[in-house]
Design a protein around this ligand. Structure first.
Ligand code: GLU
Length: 475
């Protein structure tokens, strides 16, 4: 069998969308499974749509998912190649120059619209005299258009959909080289897939309508085609195309919201692919072993945010404490302001990991759960401190005796803190809510926080006592 060579071909026109990354993941897994090559091709021929750092953004998101590439190409550096093949098509009569101005084309559109026809180019230069065309091209701007077949059908073979037939009557003579000399997506994409020896094209279903254009270019050049697999759409639960109005859609947004790359990877693979009807959790190594393009589904995949949250929570729960410590540290470094990040550095990140891992669904939860480390409690009223107690006197007793108990601890460990506070509860005959609940509020200023024994341990004896004293002074 031919060597498997697949590619991910993003246009650097914005923050990479998770739909694109899903395509990248499928291609990468397939390449790894077949011991083939994974290429990245930056399709930057639409100069008007480029964004700053677009290429870097693409590379960064691939790296975040661990999708390493064997070769990388940038189309804007290959203009001569496309121009050579366009010339060839011109000479062979499979393409032609079109000198229609924008004004002319606008008029045509208007006219077609008024008479209720489909608006499209009317092939006005299709039969133009080649000599005249060449002459005019020396002085006038022009585009090169492909001579699409006008009769019959174009058959397109998709690996999961079978043969799809397109009526050639509906095809127009589309542009292959624009007036700025850049190729269009359709043209450069086909030329490159062929020259780069791509064996399988796996791309989003959105490209299905363009498929006949590509097939006709292959046919006119007499080139053998790769195998095509159009990946199912990703829809929101309301069955419309996943877009901004459904929430986060770009890799960067998910990263910022605190999702783990490993969880996202696993989750994205399941959007349009399944090994069977039960297995959901896979490591990357397992996926490399079992990934099979014949198991890609035809029907759209539904992006279920609750499921992603659940997935992420499970990944966090199952991670090792020191791995999670690295994750939160990285996350804090990127998304906390420098002051807060520095303040967090005063604490042991492994202790933080042990304190919060079980309570985090996302890395963003770690921010909220550690805020108390650098934000000292502030109270608006005495009631806030006393709320967990049966009466103000009880609160006072709890606070003063907690200081005494904590002071008595020689080795300030989680276990020692827990045992001394538990015996204090028995001694004072108070409920956990009274004592632990009150400490939670005055230490963390929150009703929900990591386990209080861990909080006290991380803050240390001195700071813990200081905070309790602060509450006593406030009363
Ligand atoms: N540049 C196209 C995109 O961004 C690539 C489509 C393809 O893979 O052929 O979707």
């Amino acid at each position: 069998m031919k060597e498997v060579r697949v590619r991910y071909a993003p246009s650097p026109t914005g923050d990479p969308h998770i739909g694109n990354i899903r395509s990248a993941i499928f291609n990468w897994l397939f390449a790894k499974n077949k011991k083939g090559k994974f290429l990245v091709r930056i399709e930057d021929t639409d100069q008007a749509r480029l964004v700053e750092n677009g290429i870097q953004k693409q590379k960064d998101s691939l790296k975040w998912f661990g999708l390493d590439w064997d070769e990388i190409y940038i189309q804007s550096e290959r203009l001569k190649i496309y121009s050579k093949y366009a010339q060839q098509l011109l000479e062979e009569g499979s393409a032609y120059r079109c000198f229609a101005t924008q004004e002319e084309l606008d008029k045509l559109r208007e006219k077609q619209k008024k008479s209720g026809r489909i608006t499209r180019y009317d092939s006005r230069y299709r039969n133009y005299d080649p000599k005249l065309s060449k002459e005019r091209s020396k002085a006038e701007p022009y585009v090169i258009r492909f001579k699409s077949p006008q009769k019959g059908i174009t058959k397109c073979l998709d690996n999961i959909r079978g043969e799809i037939k397109f009526n050639n009557k509906e095809m127009d003579d589309f542009i292959i080289i624009k007036s700025d000399g850049y190729p269009t997506y359709h043209f450069a994409n086909v030329i490159d897939d062929y020259l780069m020896n791509i064996s399988h094209v796996m791309r989003a279903e959105e490209w299905l309508p363009s498929f006949p254009k590509h097939v006709n270019i292959y046919n006119s050049l007499n080139w053998e085609m790769p195998i095509f697999v159009h990946l199912p759409m990703i829809l929101a639960p309301d069955k419309t195309k996943l877009s901004k109005r459904h929430g986060a859609t770009s890799v960067e947004e998910f990263k910022q919201a605190g999702y783990l790359n490993s969880a996202m990877f696993n989750f994205l693979v399941l959007l349009g692919w399944a090994l069977d009807d039960k297995t959901e959790f896979f490591t990357v190594e397992e996926l490399i072993k079992v990934f099979d393009i014949n198991k890609i589904s035809k029907s759209p995949a539904i992006f279920n945010k609750e499921k992603l949250d659940w997935f992420n929570g499970r990944y966090i729960l199952n991670s090792k404490y020191d791995d999670f410590a690295k994750e939160i540290n990285n996350y804090f470094k990127q998304f906390l302001d420098i002051k807060k990040y520095k303040a967090i550095q005063n604490y042991n990140i492994n202790d933080i990991s042990i304190m919060i891992k079980e309570r985090c669904k996302t890395l963003n939860d770690a921010i909220m759960l550690t805020e108390f480390l650098y934000q000292k409690p502030k109270f608006k009223s005495k009631y806030e401190i006393q709320i967990m107690c049966d009466n103000p006197e009880q609160c006072q007793t709890i606070l003063t005796s907690s200081i005494e108990s904590l002071n008595d601890i020689q080795e300030f460990t989680i276990e020692n803190i827990e045992s001394i506070l538990k015996s204090l509860m028995t001694k004072l005959k108070v409920k956990p809510k009274n004592l632990l609940g009150t400490l939670r509020i005055i230490i963390t200023n929150q009703k929900i926080s990591p386990p209080i024994f861990n909080c006290l341990y991380i803050l240390g004896k001195k700071e813990s006592i200081k905070r309790i004293q602060f509450a006593i002074d406030y009363l």
